[in-house]
Structures are given as structure tokens and as C-alpha cells.
Design a protein. Structure first.
Length: 429
């Protein structure tokens, strides 16, 4: 059987990994590199003529609950690279950074009653096993009912605004519960997070190498059409060339899939809203924050978070300091999508100057990655829109951020699981 996988991100690679021993697999990736949202930059090591290091285009770390991803890393012989480190967080408001790691630090940042109510909310969230009923309730309403208006305004509102913008009031409580539960691996000094030294680039390369060993073809190209005849997949059109196949696994967003096939009678819903991300990476001469890895921001700036990567992974791994600055945007008319790269970076630098005066003088270089469909908006009722692995079109399967494995929160682990489960569905069909 010939199977074509559209998209060389983690979901596509994972599906291929499980099917390569059984099928003739071809992965079609439109970019000149694999990894999708987990792809990396190759940066020249300062002072080195030939050496490079790899750093993700979008910030990544993993959680202890990411069992399938951790198992895959070990299976590929990369377990020694995986380290568990303390990820410190902070909150910028009223002109300063408030650390938010220990109970005492949280008490210094929020009123006592807010801390008590926030603690109650987190404890209650941890006890909820079935999140399905909360798919029909907004996160805002559940927070207000559980912890009150002050906790919502002082703690959650800036976080929801930075992640979902104008859609913040539509987000479901199921998403919030999933987020709280996955982010609850905290000790007395901060959150325990995992990272592969040398970057997750090594994971992508190792998966690709294994696939090539098994005879999988990996082609760069743009799929313009999935050929379907009488409800049966017949092939795909790639850069004007027709490639016949028996099955297609698509990992692209539903709105993209809609453009390359007739979705009528397919059982595929395109009623899933996506949002984009503009993520800048800065190479710096020196550190910006003393000890904070992840900084959430309650300030009038054009981004929602600053992630100083080298406050998590030692600067010695790179020979310089690295910092992400990121923002989501909700529509293609956003300045973060329409403006040039230089203009977006200038917007970010002006915002950074408000938080960290003089930061321009610390910047050696920058990179900017923007995508229009980096994440679904987990609106009320989203659980009913999750796409199936098997469609009504014979031979057409789906896996990606829209899969049940990535709800209520998308992650690298979720994409790996989606790929694996899609492959199992293919095998059992």
C-alpha cells in the first residue's frame, strides 16, 4: 500500500514512524526542512568559523506527563540528552518583575485573598477527571464562579488576553483545566520542565534518519490537490505532478485542507478557528532578566510573553544569551502579520524598551518566525469539533493539532500521540 503524508511536522513524522515497516511511505513537506512547529534555526556559534548550534524557532519544553514523547526520545537513543530543569516564572506589572515560583513570592505579587482563592482554584482543577462538561462553559465564567473577579482580573485576564486576544471570552473552561493540570508539576522553587540539550532538532533528525533507513521518501513540495474519485483517495498533485497512492494522511489545518480537496460528505468540519503567532528570537550580549525563564506581562506592549531561554538552558551551550519574544494574533489583518519582518521587530523592540530600558544595545541579531495557523482557538464547544483520524473518504486520514490528542492543550507530545493513533487507525481499517 502506498501512503502519502502531507506535512513533515511531528504528527506526520510520528505517523510515518509507525507505518514505515508496513507501507510504502512518502512524506510531502512544503518547507525545506522537517519539524513544522518544532523546526529549528542553525546559528553560527560566536567565535567559531564552522560550528553551529540549533535552537527552536518556537520555544519548546516538555512535561513529565509527556510519556509518549519521552519514550520516543529514549527509543531513538537520545535519552541522555533529556534533562529536567527548573523553569522559573515571573509576572511584569506596575513597572517591575514579580517572581511567581514560591508561595511567598506569589504572596508578594497578589493580595492575600487572591492567593487563597487562586490556590483553591488550582486544587479544584486538579481533582476534575472528566473535563467534557466544561467544554460548554467559558474559562472566564468558571474562574469568576470559582475564585472571583479579583483573581480573574489580576491573574488570568492578562494571560488569556496574551494567548487569545479578542477571543479570550470565548475560550472554554475545559482548555483552562487542561492547562492548569499540565502545568502543576511544581516544587518549592519552580516548575520542573524537560529539554533536550542541543535542542529538539536532534529528535527531528533522528526520526527522519530512521524513516529513510526504512525506505520512506521525504520530498519537498506543495500539495495543491488531493485527488478523490467516487469517495476514494486516488493520489495527490504536488507542484503540478500527480502522484498516485492508496491513502493520504493530512496533517494540515482544516482551512488549508478545504482548499486542496472537496470536503463535502467527508465528515470534516472546517469550523475550527485558528490563530497565528509572531515569535522573535534575539541573540544577546548579556542576560536581560536575573533569573526568570518565562515572563508573563500585564503592560501595554505588543507581545504577551518574554522567554529568556538561557535562564533555563545554560548560556554556555550557545556561547551567547537567547531570548524569545512572542505574541499571538487573531486575524490576517493584524499588524503582526501584515507588517514586514523589520517592522515587527521594531514594534517588539519598542515594547521591550518599556520593560528593559537599554535592551537595544544588547541585541546582536534576531530571527522572526510567523505562521497564520499555529494553534486552534479552544472556544466553547471545541470538543465537538475535534476531527476524527478516519474520515468518510476512503483512504483519507487526519492527524494534527486538531486531533483529540491535542485537546484541551496542544503540545509536542500531543502531536506525537496524534500521529501514532492515526497510524493505528490506518492499520485497523
Amino acid at each position: 500500500m502506498k501512503t502519502i503524508i502531507i506535512g513533515g511536522g511531528l504528527a506526520g513524522l510520528a505517523a510515518a514512524y509507525r507505518l514505515a515497516d508496513k507501507d510504502e511511505i512518502t512524506i510531502i513537506e512544503k518547507d525545506n526542512e522537517l519539524g513544522g512547529m518544532a523546526s529549528s534555526y542553525s546559528i553560527e556559534i560566536p567565535g567559531s568559523k564552522n560550528g553551529v548550534y540549533h535552537i527552536e524557532k518556537y520555544y519548546h519544553h516538555i512535561f513529565a506527563s509527556d510519556r509518549e514523547l519521552i519514550s520516543l526520545i529514549e527509543e531513538l537513543g537520545l535519552g541522555s540528552r533529556l534533562e529536567w530543569l527548573r523553569g522559573t516564572t515571573g509576572y511584569f506589572f506596575n513597572g517591575k518583575i514579580y517572581p511567581m515560583n514560591t508561595p511567598l513570592e506569589i504572596l508578594r505579587a497578589l493580595p492575600l485573598m487572591d492567593v487563597i482563592r487562586l490556590t483553591w482554584l488550582v486544587m479544584k482543577a486538579r481533582t476534575i477527571k472528566d473535563r467534557t462538561p466544561f467544554d460548554d462553559i467559558t474559562a472566564k465564567q468558571w474562574i469568576l464562579d470559582t475564585a472571583g473577579e479579583s483573581v480573574y482580573n489580576n491573574f488570568f485576564l492578562p494571560l488569556l488576553s496574551s494567548k487569545f486576544g479578542d477571543n479570550k471570552d470565548k475560550v472554554s473552561a475545559a482548555w483552562l483545566l487542561g492547562r492548569v493540570q499540565i502545568r502543576s508539576n511544581r516544587g518549592a522553587k519552580g516548575e520542573r520542565l524537560g529539554y533536550m540539550r542541543g535542542g529538539f532538532h536532534a529528535l527531528v533528525v533522528a526520526m527522519a534518519d530512521k524513516l529513510k533507513e526504512k525506505g520512506c521518501k521525504i520530498l519537498e513540495g506543495d500539495v495543491s490537490r488531493i485527488e478523490i474519485n467516487n469517495g476514494v483517495v486516488k493520489g495527490v498533485v504536488v507542484d503540478g505532478k500527480n502522484i498516485e497512492c492508496d491513502r493520504v494522511i493530512s496533517t494540515v489545518a482544516p482551512n488549508v485542507l478545504e482548499k486542496i480537496m472537496d470536503i463535502e460528505n467527508s465528515g470534516i468540519s472546517t469550523d475550527i478557528s485558528y490563530q497565528g503567532t509572531a515569535c522573535a528570537l534575539f541573540g544577546l550580549k548579556e542576560k536581560v532578566m536575573e533569573d526568570t525563564y518565562w515572563l508573563n506581562i500585564k503592560e501595554d506592549v505588543p507581545f504577551g510573553a518574554v522567554i529568556e531561554h538561557t535562564n533555563f538552558i545554560p548560556e554556555q551551550d550557545y556561547g551567547e544569551h537567547l531570548m524569545y519574544v512572542t505574541s499571538y494574533f487573531q486575524n490576517p489583518e493584524s499588524a503582526l502579520w501584515k507588517k514586514s519582518n523589520d517592522e515587527v521587530i521594531e514594534l517588539y523592540l519598542k515594547g521591550l524598551e518599556k520593560l528593559f530600558p537599554g535592551i537595544r544595545g544588547k541585541v546582536n541579531w534576531w530571527r522572526l518566525r510567523r505562521d497564520i495557523d499555529t494553534a486552534p482557538v479552544y472556544e466553547v464547544g471545541y470538543g465537538k469539533k475535534v476531527l476524527p483520524y478516519k474520515t468518510n473518504i476512503k483512504g483519507l486520514y487526519l492527524a494534527g493539532m486538531f486531533s483529540e490528542a491535542n485537546y484541551p492543550e496542544r503540545s509536542m507530545n500531543g502531536s506525537i500521540v496524534a500521529g501514532f493513533r492515526c497510524a493505528e487507525t490506518v492499520q485497523n481499517s
